[in-house]
Ligand binder design. Structure first.
Ligand SMILES: [Zn+2]
Length: 458
């Protein structure tokens, strides 16, 4: 039996053996309908009902097909989405692209956005950032909040348009003002970190709250983090973990990871490493490389699981192969020390290099060390200087000390004593006792020179 909500604003449609007492969406009264009375948009609404039920993908597809045949742009767009994602039928990206084009002709703004996504990601068509941005702009001009958010992203990444953070911010704000909860969360981040606009704690918190009211999982993570830290809001770990729990329940991998971290460290709840491990496992199963890396660390330290170097190295490897820089550094360390894998200097150096290139600071330092001493790679002092410098600029104290040494000895870089002294002092400022001694010694030598003591190097 097909039934629908009598409340025009709700537009709920459903189907089943019996009709429920009231509309499950708004609680309003329901009425039955015959298939032949359904318009194209009614069929699309019914298709949405079936997409949300598990295991009824074929019926959903059939509804969208009937909808498209009746000329509904909405249904045609949804039929395209089934083709794109393989819902009820084998995925057919070219067919999806064609359906989106048809739906755009029928006036569907969602289809115009989806067409843009096809151009951006090369789905059923050759990728073209320019065409993607064009689609988003057209839909954004017609007032689609999702298109405005996607166009903002193009401006921020320089995708198909010249990079322009202020333009990005303006489009994002427009989408947020229209009530798009995902845009409100992102706008909050712009105010938190000063992207395309001035930093503004009050506005950041206000937009995060709006996003949370709109049930946006990313907004919940952002507001929860401020509550956990007591940054700009009252510290409230219990409130934070509740928001993380909700976000995780909505399928947010960041929410799941934040929840796991709280369980692991006992923040806002009792410490429960075993439960944290289960969260990490769930995140890892969903392909989250951060969760995989954390799981590796649980096995390394034996927190919440029985300690196992083999398991630790295996999880680091999975995470590293997924592109996680921190996991690359950890896997390299396992190879370096023969923990859970056979000791292998060359493999260690190879993973340190990958980790360094992926931006992991400890890997930068370790790879520089490999290059300086020729461990696992041919000795290369210029590479050593390059990576010590990158690590030092990220604040790595030992890298500053070693960089100072290379400048002092003119190894891999032209000898430059004032520069050496500068790096020793920076490391000393961060509390390195060794660096303090080196800085004092070198400063004395340099003073000696200016006092007229002959420099033996000349
Ligand atoms: Zn209703």
């Amino acid at each position: 039996m097909i039934y629908h909500c009598m409340n025009d604003a709700c537009r709920f449609w459903g189907e089943g053996e019996t009709m429920p007492q009231a509309c499950p969406r708004c609680g309003g009264p329901l009425a039955c309908a015959q298939e032949r009375e359904l318009t194209g948009n009614d069929w699309s609404a019914l298709g949405v009902f079936w997409v949300e039920q598990d295991g009824h993908e074929r019926r959903a597809l059939e509804c969208f097909r009937r909808s498209a045949e009746l000329g509904s742009g909405w249904g045609t767009c949804n039929l395209g989405l089934c083709m794109e994602q393989g819902i009820g039928i084998e995925a057919d990206p070219r067919q999806a692209f064609w359906l989106y084009q048809q739906a755009v002709e029928m006036g569907s703004l969602s289809a115009l956005c989806n067409l843009g996504v096809c151009y951006e990601d090369g789905i059923g068509v050759t990728a073209s950032p320019k065409e993607a941005a064009e689609c988003y702009r057209k839909a954004a001009d017609y007032g689609s909040a999702r298109a405005q958010r996607l166009l903002a992203h193009c401006y921020e990444q320089g995708l198909g348009v010249e990079r322009d953070l202020e333009q990005g911010f303006r489009w994002l704000r427009m989408a947020a003002l229209q009530g798009d909860a995902a845009s409100q969360a992102i706008l909050g981040k712009h105010y938190e970190f000063g992207i395309g606009t001035k930093r503004d704690p009050e506005l950041a918190v206000a937009w995060y709250r709006k996003a949370v009211q709109g049930n946006d999982p990313e907004g919940k993570c952002c507001l929860g983090w401020l509550m956990e830290q007591g940054k700009w809001v009252d510290r409230d770990p219990e409130g934070a973990i509740e928001l993380y729990r909700q976000a995780a329940g909505q399928g947010s991998s960041r929410g799941l990871l934040l929840l796991a971290d709280c369980l692991f460290h006992g923040i806002g709840t009792e410490e429960n490493p075993a439960l944290a491990v289960r969260c990490y496992e769930k995140g890892a199963a969903g392909g989250d490389t951060d969760a995989m890396c954390c799981l590796g660390w649980c096995y390394e330290s034996g927190a919440g699981v029985e300690q196992s170097w083999e398991q630790a190295a295996a999880w680091y490897r999975r995470s590293a192969e997924g592109g996680n820089g921190r996991a690359m550094g950890n896997l390299a360390w396992c190879f370096d020390n023969g923990k859970g894998v056979e000791q292998d200097e060359a493999e260690a150096a190879r993973w340190y290099q990958k980790g360094a290139e992926a931006g992991d600071v400890r890997s930068m330092y370790c790879y520089a060390y490999c290059c300086e001493y020729g461990e696992g790679v041919d000795s290369d002092l210029e590479q050593a200087v390059l990576w010590y410098r990158r690590a030092a600029e990220e604040g790595e104290t030992t890298a500053m000390l070693r960089l100072g040494g290379l400048y002092e000895n003119g190894e891999g870089v032209e000898r430059d004593l004032p520069e050496a002294l500068r790096w020793y002092r920076r490391a000393a400022d961060q509390g390195s006792g060794d660096a303090k001694l080196q800085a004092e010694r070198l400063a004395e030598e340099l003073n000696g020179e200016t006092d007229g003591t002959p420099d033996p190097a000349h």
